[in-house]
Design a protein around this ligand. Structure first.
Ligand code: BG6
Length: 497
């Protein structure tokens, strides 16, 4: 998707002392440097509200990421090369005179005159606007349309349609649309990108990729981790906004969209947007029967006892924030009319897995009635993580004299096919952002359409006509999620790899 055209010669990370910067962004930049994919004089400016020296920041980073550093050679090698080009700068929009002051300090720290910069906003949603004001002067000054400043905005993009629109408005006051990159890191995952290749670089999936052959589609995101140190953010957000509004709806778009005219940004955005527009919006009275929300109670994960959500440090004791959500969704268009898409996402579940299951329709007629074993409808598993791969479940005859039928898997595994190298999603997306390739980023319209689908659910939940179910930490989620499918003659079909 990206050529090796180096445009941005530096990155300025706001929220640079946070988790995302130290766990994902800086390691990803180091790996890109190790792979010689960054400009030879590339600089990283990390900013935070506190007054810190660069040495203190580097020390802090290395302590915090000591384990990752030890086991990830590409990170360590890249870091050795980039270390002298990482600088820490204070950026605190609350201080009087900070915009001017910050600008002067950044200019003074840069090695050359006004290189094009990539600004990365990895700050909490309520402070986004103040940081946009801080960097507005840079965008106004750079008039080089071949190599403009760019701004990359981390999710969550607003908390609902209204705040997303406000955020977009402030971005557009400082930047033009083609300078803005709205990230959803799921689009940078190899197995998510591959959905496009699987569907549109092969001939045999598309003829059956519709409501004539597909019975239902399941998209599941399951994590065994809890909320870690992110209670402040998560308790205000919930899993529906944290994961479903963005990651799962984007994955759904990749599964459901029509063939784009090309893989170029405008064509991809257009087709994803059509899917989001076709998502059936729930009426308030439908939310109770079509969605499930739940919180985890105390339980065990990997044989270790863990707290329930309401006991977690930083969570309000009366919190009504969901840690699990499931819903039955319809894409109301010609291709998908009548096919339910079941989405589920949860924290503190038994497994750590994200996958798509395409459940095909049952046979119209079986000639194997006197055989033992059951003819299962075909299923296609697309495993996004871990053990990325694709498995097609097909019925076949086990060898032997018995009249028997059983389903087996035709398997493609990334690891056996390509070895264990898979760039992290942030590597792909940072490189694309530096090169100005926006294909794997979101258009504003996609974000707004996603909120139009999510907002009515949250509004109905908040008006409290839907119960908050519970599930034991370490389990498969609330029983009600099984009932949601069972009511329509379906069941969750997780893969067993
Ligand atoms: C983030 C969410 O966007 O995605 C987190 O805020 C979640 O809550 C994470 O844990 C999952 O990302 P990944 O790449 O680990 O699947």
């Amino acid at each position: 998707m990206s050529g090796r055209f180096f445009c941005a010669a530096s990155i300025v990370i706001f929220g640079g002392t946070g988790d995302l910067a130290s766990r994902k962004l800086i390691p990803a930049l180091c790996r890109l440097h190790d792979a010689e994919l960054l400009a030879h004089d590339f600089h990283i400016f990390v900013t935070g509200r506190a007054d810190l020296s660069t040495e203190a920041f580097i020390e802090h980073l290395m302590q915090r990421e000591a384990i990752l550093f030890k086991k990830d050679k590409r990170f360590a090698n890249g870091f050795a090369g980039l270390r002298s080009r990482i600088r820490y700068l204070r950026a605190n929009p609350a201080l009087p005179g900070e915009p001017e002051d910050f600008k002067n300090r950044l200019l003074a720290a840069e090695p050359m005159a006004a290189p094009a910069r990539l600004f990365y906003l990895a700050v909490p949603p309520d402070s986004m606007k103040s940081f946009i004001r801080l960097i507005k002067p840079f965008s106004e000054e750079n008039t080089d349309s071949r190599c403009p400043e760019r701004i990359l905005v981390e999710k969550p993009f607003g908390q609902n349609l209204k705040t997303a629109k406000e955020l977009n408005q402030s971005l557009l006051e400082a930047f033009t649309e083609n300078q803005i990159l709205r990230i959803d890191h799921y689009l940078g995952k190899e197995a998510v990108q591959n959905i496009l290749f699987m569907r549109f670089a092969n001939t045999f999936f598309e003829p059956v990729w519709n409501n004539h052959y597909i019975d239902n589609v399941q998209i599941s995101f399951s994590e065994n981790i809890g909320i870690g140190g992110r209670a402040g953010y998560f308790d205000q957000t919930g899993i529906l906004r944290d994961v479903v509004q963005n990651h799962l709806l984007q994955v759904l778009c990749m599964v459901a969209m029509e063939s784009p005219l090309s893989h170029l940004p405008g064509d991809l955005h257009l087709e994803k947007n059509k899917v989001l527009k076709a998502l059936r919006r729930y009426q308030p009275e439908e939310v109770a029967s079509e969605t499930i929300r739940a919180q985890y109670s105390a339980g065990e994960v990997d044989s270790n006892p863990v707290l329930g959500y309401l006991e977690e440090n930083g969570v309000r004791p009366e919190s009504k924030t969901e840690t699990y959500a499931a819903c039955r969704v319809f894409v109301d268009n010609w291709r998908w009319g009548g096919v339910p898409f079941y989405l589920q996402a949860g924290k503190r579940l038994e497994r750590n897995v994200t996958e798509i299951v395409i459940n095909f329709k049952p046979l119209p007629h079986s000639i194997f009635k006197d055989f033992t074993g059951k003819i299962e409808p075909n299923r296609l598993y697309i495993r996004i993580q871990p053990n990325e791969g694709i498995i097609l479940k097909v019925n076949s005859k086990p060898p032997g004299m018995n009249l028997q039928v059983s389903d087996v898997g035709l398997k493609f595994s990334y690891e056996s096919e390509f070895g264990d190298y898979r760039p992290d999603a942030y590597e792909r997306l940072l490189l694309d952002a530096l090169n100005g390739d926006s294909a794997l980023f979101l258009s504003n319209s996609e974000i707004e359409e996603s909120w139009k689908f999510i907002d009515p659910i949250i509004e109905a939940w908040q008006s409290d006509n839907q119960p908050m179910h519970t599930y034991k930490a370490g389990s498969n989620g609330p029983e009600e999620a099984n009932k949601l499918l069972a009511r329509h003659g379906h069941r969750w079909r997780p893969s067993i790899i």
